[in-house]
Design a protein around this ligand. Sequence first.
Ligand code: AMP
Length: 617
Amino acid sequence: MAPGRPERCTLFAVSLFLQFAEVADALAATTKKLEKRALIATYLQTLPVEDAGRAALWLCGTPFPETDVRVLNVGGSLLSKAILQLSGAGQEALSEAYRRSGDLGAAAADLLYGRAPARGSLTLADVEAALAALAAARGPDAKLRLLLDLLARATPEEAKYLIKLITGDMRTGVKQALVEEAIAEAWSAPVADVRRGDMLLGSLPEVVALAAAGRIGDARMKLFHPLGFMLASPVPSVEEAIARFTEEVAAEREQGAPIVAETALREVQLEDKFDGIRAQLHAAPEPDGRSRVALYSRNREDLSESFPELVEAFSSIAEPAILDGEILAWNPADSRALPFSVLQQRLGRKRVSAEMLREVPVALVVFDILYRGDQLLLTEPLAQRRSVLEDFCSRWCPFTESTLVRAQSDLFNLQQAPSFPRLILASATRLASAAQLADAYLGARSRGNEGVMIKSLGSAYQPGRRGLAWLKLKRELATLDVVVTGVEFGNGRRAQVLSDYTFAVRDTSAENPGAPPTLRNIGKAYSGLTDQEIADLTAFFRAHTLEDYGHFRTVEPLVVLEVAFNNVMRSTRHSSGFALRFPRILRLRTDKPVGEIDTLRRVEEIYASQPDKPVEA
Ligand code: AMP
C-alpha cells in the first residue's frame, strides 16, 4: 500500500499477538521509514482502540508506559533457562543459535520450531496480563514459572517477539518518534500534537485513546514521568564558542529572522558546567501538605531511593514543579561541589546508611525549570524560564534543609550533620565580551567544575535534543595512544565480531633496553570504530590470538589505537593502577609502532593535572 493515509480496514474480532509478531517481522524487513510508518498506521487502525494502545507501546519495545513504575526484572539468564526447558535443547545449541543472530528472541524461535504450538492463540490482552503477572511476581522461581506458562502458549514467531519485548530490544528499526507519526497518520491528527501529548502524558496507550477520540489536543501534563533532557553540543575552545554564536546570528540574519539583541554575545548566558549526575526533579503537593517528590536520571531511572535526604528536603516545596539540574556532592562550608569521585560513593545504593548521609552530603543545583503551577514552560525562552526559576528558588530553597540527616545523626549519636538548603540555584551571568567567557571558564575550573555552559537566552527547552542552543566548553584532556592486548566478542549485532578491546600503555620504568615493551592494561573500549574496521580487526585478531578463552582472547600487541576519555582514575581493575572514565576510540594508528605508544608516566602526569584526582569506587 502506498504510504500516506491508510485504507480503513475492518476491525478484527480478536487481536492476536501473532499478528503483532508478523507486523514486527515486516517492519524489520524494510529499512524505509515511510513504509514502516504506513505499516504501523494500517495495523493500528485494524485494532480496537485498547489493543492499538498496547501494540503502539510494544512496538517501541517497552512493556509498560513511561508513567508506569512497574519493571519486569527478567534477565537473559532466566529467559535462557525457560528457552532451554521448553525446547529441550542444550546450552551449546542455545549459544550457537545466539551467535548466529546475536539475538535471544531469534535464537529461541530457532530452537522452538517443531516443538511450540503452530497456531497462535495469545491475544494482546493475554500478553498484557502475563507481563503484569511477571512484574508482580517476586523471585526468580515464580518468574520462571510464569515465563514457562507464557512461552508454552506461544508459536515460535510469538516467542521471538515476547522475548524481544521482555529484553526491550525489538530490532525492528522503530523508534518512539516513528510510532508517534504513525498514530498521527492513523487518526489524522497533527504529528506535533501527538508528540506533545506523548511527552505530557508519558503513555502511548493514553495517547492512542485521545488521538482515536479526536481529542489529542486535550492532553495535559502528568507529573512523575521524566521528560527528555535537553543536551549541549561540545565546543573545543573559547574562540570556537564565540564563532559558533556569531555564525548562528549571521545565518539567522541571512534568513531574514529579526535579531532581537544588539550583538550576538548579549543573547547568551553562562553557567558553570557541574560534574555530577543530571537529574530532573518532580514535585507535587499531596493532601497532607507535604509534596510527593521524585528525581529522575538522564536514562529515565528513578534515583529517589539513592537520595532520601533530597526527597525528604524537597517535600516541603508546596507547588507542582519540574526542575532540571545536577546532583552534586556538596561542601556547604565553601558552597562548592566536591569531586565526582566523592559522589560516586553514593551511586547504585538501594539503602543509604546514616554515615553516608553525613559523610557525603548532596544537593541539587538547578539551572532550568520546565513546569510550575499549572504552566508548562518548555516553549518559553530561556530568559523567561530563568526569571521563573529565580523566583521559584527564592521562594522554596530556604525550606529545603534536610531534617532526615539531622534526625539520623542524633539517633546514632554522630557528630552533628551539616544542615543547609539542598536546593541550590546555579549562578548564571549574561555574556558581554569574549574576555568574560575566557575568565568564566577559568573561574569555573578553579571552583572545581568541569567548564562552562553557554546557553542561548532566546532558546526553548527542547527535550531530548542536542542542539546549538546549549554549548559546553570543557576541559580538554590529552588523548592516549595505546595498544590492544585483549579482545572480546560484542553483544547483539556485534555478537560474531571481536569488537571490545582491552588496551595498555608502556611501563618504561620496568623495561630493559632491547627487550620487548612492558605493557600495563589501562582500559577497555568498544565504541568509535566503523563496522568495516571491526570486521578487518576481527580477522586480524583471530590470526594473532595468543590465548583463546572462548569469549575473551589475549592477542599479540600490534594494533595501536588513539583513545579519548573524560578522566583518569586510580583503580585496581587494571595492572596499570589506573582506569579511564568513558573511554572511546578516536582512530586506528596504523602509522605508530608499539614502541612509541604512550607511557604510564604520561598517564600519571595527566592524572596529576586533574584538580579532583578521582579514585574508582
Ligand atoms: P556531557 O555529559 O559532557 O555530554 O555534558 C552534558 C552534561 O553536562 C549534562 O547532561 C549535565 O549533566 C551536565 N551539566 C553540568 N552543568 C550543567 C549546566 N549548567 N547546564 C546543563 N547541563 C549541565
